[in-house]
Design a protein around this ligand. Structure first.
Ligand code: NAD
Length: 352
């Protein structure tokens, strides 16, 4: 018998191509009458379409969300929200824009409608990471969880292949680590396996044809499922290493996930062989770590920490930081072991 505890985080999810058309109805459904719209530089077309659909419901727009949700930006927007008597937030963008929306909702108590444009998954988690004077603080609360998410497959179509690949592998990492989390349970397992197989279908389809709507749909579905896993269970060594490489060495978030995942999976495989079998089955590949590596390499990478700008001389320090306060992980986390896997990720060797 398998005993478990499962906590779900309720949000209303609308999925489809062209589903952004329903954004004004969703705002009204929540009782919103004066919307702040959050957009961004690379998603201007999507945000402007949402602006048109909102019509007179929109009273203010802000396009300046930054990575890691700086508190100074949030505080500036909060002042503007009060000036415009805003009573609902609509956000169009990746994890950074969603982060700003969550930070505003935490401070104002207002409802959020999120239209994701990447596969980050933040839109279905009650977690917010924000930075003040260089220090990142993560918190979790009901107010942070967005009320409604509109997944419009067409909103992800502008992602160039390198961003689509790294963002999809970021989602894959949530699903993989959920399967061996100490909080894993049958609901999360099912979501994770479905997410992994959708990524296994979607990435090659997108590589063959950037305009492939079915491939985009598979990846966006996978992002939602993986985000739901992230919201429900704790993450392990892979996420710890990525937080260290992103936070202390400034490497790009999704790209670090992409390079590290096959190597951390190879490290953990000896402790969770059955989980690796499930991942391999979902990806229709003989072994999970090499299968994930091949999926990434076939989609164009990245596969090495070196190409992300990591200095080889910093690997020792990265191993020290990543093992200082380890997240729960199926295999014991040792400094020697982590240093070895960082070396393999630096060089980009295919895990056997
Ligand atoms: P991001 O939002 O910073 O976007 C990356 C880049 O892609 C940006 O330049 C953005 O303008 C551009 N972009 C976004 N959508 C695009 C599109 N459709 N077409 C072209 N360009 C597009 O990055 P992200 O990977 O989406 O999110 C990463 C952030 O989200 C990190 O700060 C991470 O910590 C956070 N995150 C938080 C959670 C959580 O639960 N709190 C979960 C996942 C990620």
């Amino acid at each position: 018998m398998r005993a478990f505890v499962h906590t779900s985080h309720p949000s209303r999810v609308i999925f489809g191509a062209g589903s952004a058309a329903g954004v004004a109805d969703e705002v009204r459904r929540l009782g919103g009458t004066r919307v702040l719209l959050l957009g961004g530089a690379h998603v201007d077309a999507q945000a402007t379409l949402v602006e048109e659909i909102l019509g007179p419901l929109m009273v203010a727009r802000f396009d300046g969300a930054e990575m890691h949700t700086p508190v100074v930006v949030t505080e500036r927007v909060i002042v503007s929200m009060a000036e415009h008597y805003v009573d609902a937030i609509v956000a169009v963008g990746g994890g950074s824009t969603t982060g700003l929306s969550k930070a505003l909702a935490l401070r104002s108590g207002l409802d959020q409608v999120i239209l994701p444009t990447t596969y980050a998954g933040s839109e279905v988690t009650p977690v917010l990471g924000e930075t003040s004077e260089g220090v990142k603080v993560t918190r979790s609360s009901r107010e942070i969880l967005p009320e409604t998410v509109i997944y419009d497959v067409d909103f992800t179509a502008t992602m160039p292949i390198p961003l689509a690949v790294t963002s999809a592998i970021n989602a894959l990492a949530h699903a993989v680590e959920a399967l061996y989390s100490e909080h894993a349970n049958p609901v999360v397992d099912a979501l994770a396996v479905e997410s992994i197989s959708a990524i296994g279908r979607g990435l090659p389809a997108l590589g063959a044809d950037l305009a492939d709507r079915e491939g985009r749909s598979d990846l966006l579905l996978a992002a939602w499922l993986a985000g739901t896993c992230l919201a429900s269970v704790g993450m392990g060594l892979h996420h710890k290493i990525c937080h260290v490489l992103g936070g202390s060495f400034g490497l790009p978030h999704a790209a670090v996930h992409t390079v590290m995942l096959p190597h951390v999976m190879a490290y953990n495989a000896v402790s969770v062989p059955r989980v690796m079998e499930r991942i391999a089955d979902a990806l229709v590949t003989p072994t999970a770590p090499a299968g994930v590596y091949d999926l990434i390499a076939a989609a164009g990478g990245p596969t090495t920490l070196a190409e992300l700008g990591m200095a080889e001389a910093d690997l020792d320090e990265a191993a020290r930081l990543a093992t200082e306060k380890p997240y729960p992980n199926p295999r014991e986390v040792t400094r020697v072991g982590v240093r070895r896997l960082l070396g393999e990720a630096f060089a980009g060797t295919r895990p056997e």
